[in-house]
Ligand binder design. Structure first.
Ligand SMILES: [Zn+2]
Ligand SMILES: [Zn+2]
Length: 166
């Protein structure tokens, strides 16, 4: 189910994309922004981090970047289309590496109890979205779905808890 883009292609893509963005948008990739971006690249796909997570990771690896700078960098990297943002965890703004260009879209299945997130791709969802766009006369620019439920581990845990009740 988790149909992930290989890490190598993402890094390649990002470097390429980076150059392209820098050439066109006039944004500067400051050392702070680069630190934030390379953290996502190092962790690889499937990692969804909040600003606090990013701040924590950078601090742990001995890089001094303030939380305010992390917030600003994340916002700009989204504008530069190097990161995607979403509320995959309830009420928490998360960020992830934008993967493989606009053609590879992935969706999220999020556990409501522990925030465990599975990524998946689906041709059916893509096709259905195109249909809806056509019928409604929209030009489709983004297909992104967040499904919520209870993950296998949490279900097993509650089942085990129920069995121990006398
Ligand atoms: Zn994701
Ligand atoms: Zn769970």
């Amino acid at each position: 189910m988790a149909n992930r883009v290989p890490l190598a292609s993402i890094q390649q893509y990002s470097q390429e994309h980076l150059r392209e963005v820098l050439n066109t948008a006039g944004h500067r990739l400051t050392p702070q922004r680069e630190k934030v971006l390379s953290l996502f690249q190092r962790l690889g796909p499937g990692n969804h981090l909040t600003a606090d997570d990013v701040h924590h990771h950078l601090k742990q690896s001995g890089k001094k970047v303030s939380l305010a700078t992390v917030y600003r960098s994340l916002k700009l990297l989204v504008t530069m289309r190097l990161l995607d943002e979403g509320e995959w965890q309830e009420g928490l703004r998360c960020y992830e590496l934008r993967q493989g260009g606009s053609k590879v879209v992935h969706h999220h299945m999020v556990c409501m109890r522990c925030d465990h997130t599975e990524e998946f791709t689906s041709e059916v969802i893509t096709a259905a979205s195109r249909d809806v766009a056509q019928v409604t006369g929209f030009e489709l620019t983004e297909v992104r779905l967040t499904l919520r439920g209870i993950c296998r581990r949490c279900r097993q845990r509650s089942k085990a808890a129920a069995e121990t009740v006398p």
